[in-house]
Design a protein around this ligand. Sequence first.
Ligand code: SAM
Length: 288
Amino acid sequence: MINVTDIQVMKPLLISHGFHFSKAKGQNFLTASWVPQQIAEDAGVDENAGVLEIGPGIGPLTQQLCMRAKKVCAVEVDDRLKPILDLTVGEFDNLEILWNDVLKMDVKALVEEKFQGLRPMACANLPYYITSPILQVLLEAECFDSVTVMVQKEVAQRIAAKAGSSDYSAFSIFCNYYAEPEILFDVPAHCFMPQPKVTSAVIQLKIRKERPWRIDDEKIFFRAVKASFAMRRKTLQNGLASGFPELGKAGAAEVLEAVGLKPTVRGETLDISAFASIANEIARRKHG
Ligand code: SAM
C-alpha cells in the first residue's frame, strides 16, 4: 500500500499528475500517518461498519477505513484526483468513490442504498470552508450511528460547548440536539500540506438514540434557539419578541414567566431542556 502521508511519496505523486492544491476546495492533505490511523481507530470502524467518507483527497484516511470497514463510500468533488486515487486506493474492493458535491446529495438515501445491514458511520477530514453545512446534512439525515470528523479546533470547541460558556452558540445546541459530542484529540498544523493557519481537532458525535427532552414542535424549537442567539447581547425577552413578532414583548415575557424564567435572562445561559420548555410554551400558545 502506498504511504500517501509520506511527503517523499506525496510530492512526486502530485507533481507527476500535474495536481495543484485548491484552496477553494479546502484541500489540506494529511502528512502524518498517525492521524488517519487514530481517526479510524477512535471512530470504532470495524467489519460491521459502513463508512461514508467526505473528501478522500489522495486517500490517507480512505486506506485506513477500507482496512477496517465492511464497506466504504467516499464522496469527492474534485475529479482531478481520480488517477491518483486509482493508484492509492484502487486495490480495495470494499470501496466505492462517488464523484460529487456532498451537499448536493441525498445522504440518507445513499446510506440506505449502500449500507444495508451495516452500522452506518461518517468519518472525514472535512473541507473547513463548509464544515457547518456538512455537519448539518450528516446530523439531519438521522441515519448514522456516529460522526467522527476533523474540523478547526475552535469549531470543535463550539460544537462541544456547554451552556454559559463563551463558545456556546446556536450551533452547539443544534449539534447537541442530535448527538453527544466529544473532542478526541488535537492535530497540529504541521501535520498537513499545505499547512492551515489553525490547529485542528478530531471530534466524535455519538448520535442520540433517544432525546432526553420532549419537544412538541421542532421548527419552533430551532426558531427560538436562533432568535435567542441572533441578539446575543439582548435579553431573551427581546430576542424572542424579534424572532416571534406575533408574540410581541408582552407575549415573550409571559412565555418566560410561564416556564419560570426572568425576562432579563440571556439565551446563552440556557441548556436544551430550558429551550425545550420555552418552545413548548410558544407552541401551546400558537396551536392551543
Ligand atoms: N481526506 C484527505 C486528507 O485527509 O488528506 C483530504 C482532506 S481535505 C481537508 C478535504 C477534501 O474534501 C479535499 O479532497 C476536497 O477536494 C474535498 N471536498 C471539498 N469540497 C467538497 C464537497 N463539497 N464534496 C465532497 N468533497 C469535497
